[in-house]
Design a binder for this molecule. Structure first.
Ligand code: URA
Length: 165
């Protein structure tokens, strides 16, 4: 099981899809190639290290063969994610990819349509962005540029603390 790591009092909470091979082996989210890219983008655009935010996934166990998580798996893991969000109580939640955005915003809309703006969420804001794995595929430069812009949105929201409490 890959629960989540980071500062339990973080103002920023990042949410991915589910553990991959490397995460399954280490028990930590986003330690593989996607995670390394994500860490770099967060460091460059927001100026913080992994120990300063909290990071977790929609599903806590690796779907066999890296398939998409099934609706029943997402539902069974949902109470854990909700409890993590309750405990950390972040000001800004950044969702990575379709699964986290659709779950938390309760929509079927795609990430390409959802990203680019902020959504009110749990007394703070939610910033949907692409999954870093999408940046590792062809056309990745566009995805990276969009992710950078979204992370700047998250940084601005973090600095507007009064508005997002
Ligand atoms: N992709 C995810 O969505 N989460 C991880 O933890 C690793 C890769």
């Amino acid at each position: 099981m890959v629960f989540g790591v980071g500062d339990p009092e973080a103002k920023l909470f990042l949410i991915g899809e589910g553990p991959g091979y490397d995460e399954d082996r280490t028990g930590e989210p986003f330690v593989g190639r996607s995670g390394q890219l994500l860490d770099r983008l967060v460091r460059q655009e927001i100026g913080i290290e992994r120990s300063q935010y909290y990071i977790a996934n929609v599903v806590k166990c690796r779907p066999p063969g890296n398939r998409d998580p099934k609706p029943a798996e997402i539902e069974s893991c949902r109470p854990y994610l909700e409890a993590q969000l309750d405990a950390v109580s972040p000001k800004v939640v950044v969702t990575l990819g379709n699964f986290a955005a659709r779950l938390l915003l309760d929509t079927r809309e795609s990430i390409g349509r959802l990203r680019g703006r902020l959504y009110p969420y749990r007394g703070g804001v939610l910033v949907p962005t692409y999954h870093p794995a999408a940046a590792l595929h062809s056309g990745g430069a566009m995805v990276v540029a969009a992710m950078r812009a979204d992370l700047v949105r998250a940084k601005e929201a973090l600095s507007r603390e009064k508005e997002v409490i």
